[in-house]
Design a protein around this ligand. Structure first.
Ligand SMILES: Nc1ncnc2c1ncn2[C@@H]1O[C@H](COP(=O)(O)OP(=O)(O)OP(=O)(O)O)[C@@H](O)[C@H]1O
Ligand SMILES: [Mg+2]
Length: 412
């Protein structure tokens, strides 16, 4: 089976609490660590890229409270933050990287100091599309007629008009990040033409209606998973009332032969959350053009009974065959399975206010290798620690040499 991994490596510098991070990702990743360690900040850096491309850089920064809240606060007063993402764009298999550094411009302003994108076509290694922009000027590009630059905007948005950068732009803008708000899921909803589930789940009804029509088999899979989490649920459908829509569940009631119908307002928090997670994971259905490149979910275990953790893990694994999945979790039950690959865990810790993110350390690895404990058991006793040898912070000198941009390393 094809690997669904879209983002293969994440390098961050001065993003919120993360001074420096350089990690590799696979198709399914679990971020674990104590409260306030920086798990959500890591996920937020990826969400930042999607937001900045879908709306605008200014919007993404304002939405997070301004440049001073996005840039790491520390004694050294860093005046910039940087994100580098290495990727494989499916189904074409284009590989490359996208990186930018945003610099503060007083008072409260910002500019794109450097932005770089390079895309290689695997089947034809000689062809490479690239651009590099520095403070409002295209300094290098493979493109004959380069679109204009604005120093306060990401150039990839403009470059997406060119066929060589289109699929990269689409893949970055089709990442979905979820932190559900059940009040936004409940009730009657207007039809939403968007084909990606919103972060708070507010267009869940529309997305499920689209799935029912376009990929009925996937919708049935969702119902089957849901029935394993909430045993009496039989079906979930979207009912239209004039221009409004609402989720309607069929649920077994007492000895009645026919399951009763319940609207969202009557459904339990756990049921709605489980449905939200399942729709987030499988929202692309079988339609290539609806494919979501990456799904990030904050603590999917919230409001679920521990006995449902195995079902949740199965659903995450199943979805990770088609879409890259990253979850933050505090649930030992979710990680109880003996076959969880230690490579899929990223341990997150704070060191003097700095977030450290890395694969599990040697001690944890050897315990897991010898099957002395499960990942879940190690999480329960707080023994999933980032490997100090695999973090850029291990060596302060190295922090300065994070590989953010390729242009310094090679001549185009
Ligand atoms: N600009 C910034 N500079 C430095 N630290 C920051 C910045 N923005 C946020 N933080 C710190 O990041 C921490 C929160 O990190 P985050 O929300 O990622 O934690 P978490 O691991 O998701 O925790 P939880 O498990 O409780 O959700 C806070 O301690 C906050 O002070
Ligand atoms: Mg969090």
């Amino acid at each position: 089976m094809k690997d669904s991994t879209f983002i293969t490596r994440v390098v961050l510098k001065n993003y919120k609490s993360i001074a420096a991070c350089d990690v590799r990702l696979g198709s399914l990743t679990f971020l674990v660590g104590r409260n306030g360690s920086g798990k959500s900040n890591f996920l937020d850096a990826l969400r930042f890229v999607a937001d900045a491309l879908n709306s605008s850089l200014g919007h993404a920064i304002r939405d997070r409270g301004g440049i001073n809240d996005v840039c790491r606060r520390s004694r050294g007063h860093p005046n910039h933050f940087s994100i580098r993402l290495e990727f494989v764009v499916l189904p074409e298999g284009f590989t490359g990287h996208y990186a930018f550094q945003i610099r503060k411009r007083p008072p409260g302003g910002y500019e794109v100091q450097t932005e770089e994108c390079s895309v290689q076509n695997k089947s034809c290694l000689t062809s490479e599309a690239y651009f590099r922009v520095e403070s409002g000027t295209v300094t290098d590009t493979s493109v004959e007629v380069a679109p204009a630059v604005a120093p306060d905007r990401l150039y990839l948005v403009n470059a997406s008009g060119l066929p060589e950068f289109r699929s990269v732009y689409d893949a970055f803008s089709r990442m979905g990040f979820y932190n559900f708000n059940l009040d936004k899921i409940r009730g009657f909803k207007d039809l939403d033409p968007a084909d990606i589930l919103m972060e708070d789940g507010s267009n869940l009804t529309s997305i499920l209606a689209q799935l029912t029509q376009l990929s009925p088999a996937v919708k049935t899979d969702i119902e089957e998973y849901l029935a394993l989490v909430v045993p009496d649920i039989r079906e979930v459908d979207v009912k239209a009332f004039g221009s409004k829509q609402i989720l309607a569940f069929r649920q077994k009631v007492g000895e009645d032969r026919y399951p009763g119908r319940f609207l969202t307002n009557n459904m339990s928090d756990g049921t709605l959350r489980a449905l939200g997670i399942l729709v987030a994971l499988f929202q692309g259905g079988n339609e290539q053009q609806r494919r979501v490149s990456l799904v990030g979910i904050e603590e999917p275990e919230i409001a679920l009974h521990p006995a449902a953790a195995g079902v949740l893990l199965d659903a995450l694994r199943d979805a990770a065959h088609r879409t890259q999945v990253i979850v933050t979790t505090h649930s030992p039950d979710l990680l109880e399975d003996k076959h969880i690959d230690v490579e899929s865990i990223l341990a997150v810790e704070t060191d003097d206010g700095n977030t450290v993110i890395a694969p599990v350390d040697e001690v944890g690895r050897s315990v897991l290798h010898d099957r002395l404990f499960t990942v879940g058991e190690l999480l329960r006793v707080d023994q999933l620690r980032p490997d100090p040898n695999q973090t850029p912070l291990a060596n302060r000198e190295k922090t300065k040499q994070l590989d953010l941009f390729d242009s310094n390393k090679k001549e185009y």
